[in-house]
Design a protein around this ligand. Sequence first.
Ligand SMILES: CC(C)(COP(=O)(O)OP(=O)(O)OC[C@H]1O[C@@H](n2cnc3c(N)ncnc32)[C@H](O)[C@@H]1OP(=O)(O)O)[C@@H](O)C(=O)NCCC(=O)NCCS
Length: 181
Amino acid sequence: MLIGSPPVELPEPPLSRGVLALRAWSESDVRGLVEGCSDPLTARYTSVPIPYTPEDARRFISFGRSQTTLPLAVVSGDDDTQVLGAVGLHAVSLTRRRSEIGYWTAPWARGQGVAQTALELLSSWALGPLGLERLDLYAEPENESSQRVATRAGYKRGALVRSGIALRGRRYDVVRFTLLA
Ligand SMILES: CC(C)(COP(=O)(O)OP(=O)(O)OC[C@H]1O[C@@H](n2cnc3c(N)ncnc32)[C@H](O)[C@@H]1OP(=O)(O)O)[C@@H](O)C(=O)NCCC(=O)NCCS
């Protein structure tokens, strides 16, 4: 990690489509983060701390964005105080022109295309204006909903990566999905 490197730039103009918008996390999102990340499905399939406390949320809001990560809130375009989910880039390498991407949707906003739209918006920007050439996302084989989101957003299913992710001290197999510029 390069000390002093600037964080990954924010999309400008901000990304939006229809009733959904992506924006940087703000201090007013503590409650939305705690509620969204306390959901058992999100806790199971992502690396959020369990239990997820307001302090976890504050730390994430203050320090989540870096030279290798770009976390964004998915909100309603009509009322951008309402957190519907999250989408973000991880392990960004501007020199290797690649990144990983991940997402979750709050339980009350699922089944409406939130994750798919957020994934499509951030992917197009990352492979367009940001200048990346490859995006990978990793989904557990049993996480069929996430795999459908990835496929519908244009990602191609790749190899099963054995013990590909570590969540809370345990390793899990994952399927790699890739989108190229
Ligand atoms: C996986 C996850 C992100 C999906 O989020 P979502 O916003 O509900 O995803 P989408 O709405 O885009 O797609 C989910 C379903 O809604 C359906 N849908 C999409 N648009 C819709 C609409 N306008 N109206 C009704 N249903 C719709 C899709 O067909 C899809 O159905 P299916 O996958 O059951 O066949 C969510 O379940 C989640 O947060 N899981 C826990 C965290 C997680 O697994 N993250 C990914 C780790 S790899």
